[in-house]
Design a protein around this ligand. Sequence first.
Ligand SMILES: [Fe+2]
Ligand SMILES: [Fe+2]
Length: 220
Amino acid sequence: MSDYDIPRPVSGDVLERILEDHRLFEDLLREARRTDTDRAAARHALAEILVAHAVAEEEKVYPTLRRKAADISEHEAEHGEEEHAEINEALLAFLRAKGTDTQKYDDALEDLATVVNHHANEEEQTILNPAREEVSLEVREQLGVDWLTRRNQLLEEGCASEEQVAALLDEAVAEGVLARRRRARRPTRSRSGPRRRPRRSRTPPSATDRAVTALLGWRA
Ligand SMILES: [Fe+2]
Ligand SMILES: [Fe+2]
């Protein structure tokens, strides 16, 4: 997988380091989409960085930013976790797509790109932007070390095999995180309500919807 060595910085403003990873997601999605690349290697690298990035955010970044920034409520942090679960759901379908030159691969990649891009956009708007205004550079740099240490450790260990992603998804289902996400997709409520706007514009049942329905079925 050396074609896609993932950078492993160890320090810096956590907000900037997170943005760099978001750009890396876009690059790897594109590499996985091309026909003249090693798609299997791109898929593997994409899975690893998506999981390491998100797990480390939930453990090291969201809790502190929520405490330090008045504009980042529990809702924003919880919503981030819901979207991470949704990404894992789409990622699992992508990892399970046999081969790399099939319609199933293309469809699963498209679904994954949709949820990853949506989440990166929303995280940047509702978490990173308020943090840039309200959280001191000193705290952001400490968080940079904490987050990168955990992220790099997960990358080192390997964190996104099919089994590992399935286990993360199982956990999210058991904790009701995905069920919350489904309720969040219902129509707009007032700004004072728990959701500020519809979080997704795609309404028809997607492959990821079908995947979680199947997953819930297994657990029943
Ligand atoms: Fe992120
Ligand atoms: Fe995130």
